[in-house]
Design a protein around this ligand. Structure first.
Ligand SMILES: NC(=O)c1ccc[n+]([C@@H]2O[C@H](COP(=O)([O-])OP(=O)(O)OC[C@H]3O[C@@H](n4cnc5c(N)ncnc54)[C@H](OP(=O)(O)O)[C@@H]3O)[C@@H](O)[C@H]2O)c1
Length: 333
């Protein structure tokens, strides 16, 4: 397979972003040296857009892979790769944003990130275990004050573009009311089984680019489902086109104007996933994909508590999810 050149598009910040990224969130995680080597393989395969986050523990490997790619002559300068990282939900407070980005840059190596995102629209205590959250762990999250600090990171040149992740239309509207730098990107769960039509339309109107996490539905990982990779419709289209199901799923995201962030740590599947820019599904195939039943892979239940956040209603502490807190994690029908 020939190395595919990934097209780029312009963000509202004036910077270009490659239209396919490689994800680095995984459970379990390979040892760091192995992950660094995998990410260098991805550069060899043609990837130039890395998605990391403070909370993934992969920033150092991404930094080392970029340095290794430079050493091996796979790239000539840092500018040839695009690196996204994300602010942890423990640091979503005005005063904690800049120190968190500085720590990210210390870990990653380069002097700037191409894109810095607020990972989730919420805040938890520093001492909280993100996998065993209780209502007691939730803190007040101020969207506008946190965003002001993100704008400062951009003005200082430490982040070329800034954006958000997992923001609904309602949260984006609130942020835009006071923003002087609009978010360049909203990175959300998006795939054929959770198409996000309303959110995508909203982002298009506001000139915010959508990046799709779990474009393959995470292929059955704890936070995903098999609805994408086992979709009978995708299987039929793939067979008719002599493509793989992953090709059809990723090309559909691209076709919608969004950027798939796909994770594969297998050299073969990495090479496979990049082959989406030289073919197209037909209108009829796209219409069939629109008929796929919709279900969110990641339902966010671990952020939802019986009586809402205890910092607001001081009597929670249970992990039963009987009540949904709409302003904490908005659904997009
Ligand atoms: N902003 C957020 O809140 C958020 C949330 C979740 C994820 N993300 C980002 O988005 C990235 C991608 O999302 P994701 O990891 O959830 O899911 P994904 O990319 O949809 O799926 C990854 C899974 O699919 C498998 N896979 C990859 N290519 C394949 C192919 N061609 N055929 C069959 N299986 C294939 C991978 O296994 P192998 O590795 O074995 O190939 C892995 O198990 C993450 O790594 C992370 O960087 C962001």
């Amino acid at each position: 397979m020939a190395t595919m050149k990934i097209p780029q598009v312009l963000l509202n910040s004036g910077h270009l972003i490659p239209t396919l990224g490689i994800g680095t969130a995984s459970h379990p995680m390979p040892p760091p040296e192995q992950l660094t080597s995998i990410l260098m393989d991805s550069v060899e395969a043609g990837y130039c857009h890395f998605d990391t986050a403070a909370s993934y523990g992969t920033e150092e490997c991404v930094g080392q892979a970029v340095a290794g790619a430079l050493d091996r002559g796979l790239i000539k300068s840092r500018d040839e790769v695009f690196v996204t990282s994300k602010l942890s939900w423990k640091h979503t407070h005005h005063d904690l944003v800049l120190p968190a980005l500085k720590e990210t840059l210390r870990t990653l190596g380069p002097e700037y990130v191409d894109l810095y995102l607020i990972h989730w629209p919420l805040r938890i205590k520093d001492s909280a275990d993100p996998y065993k959250l209780t209502g007691e762990d939730m803190l007040h999250f101020d969207i506008n004050e946190t965003w002001k600090a993100m704008e400062e990171c951009c003005k200082l040149g430490l982040a070329k573009s800034i954006g958000v992740s997992n923001y609904s239309c309602a949260k984006l509207s609130k942020l835009l009311e006071n923003a002087t730098v609009p978010p360049a990107v909203n990175q959300v769960e998006m795939n054929v089984a959770w198409q996000q039509q309303k959110l995508r339309q909203f982002c298009k109107e506001k000139n915010i680019h959508v990046c799709s996490w779990s474009p393959l539905g995470a292929n059955g990982a704890a936070w995903g489902s098999h609805q994408v990779m086992q979709s009978p419709i995708l299987k039929e289209i793939a067979a008719a086109k002599n493509k793989s199901v992953a090709h059809v799923a990723l090309r559909w995201v691209h076709e919608q104007g969004a950027i798939p962030i796909v994770k594969s740590f297998s050299k073969e599947r990495m090479k496979e996933n990049i082959q989406i820019f030289d073919w197209k599904p037909t209108h009829e195939e796209v219409s069939r994909i629109q008929q796929i039943p919709q279900a969110k892979g990641f339902r966010g239940e671990r952020f939802v508590f019986q009586m809402g956040c205890t910092n607001l209603l001081k009597n929670c502490g249970t992990e039963k999810y009987e009540f949904y807190v709409p302003n904490l994690f908005d659904w997009e029908p």
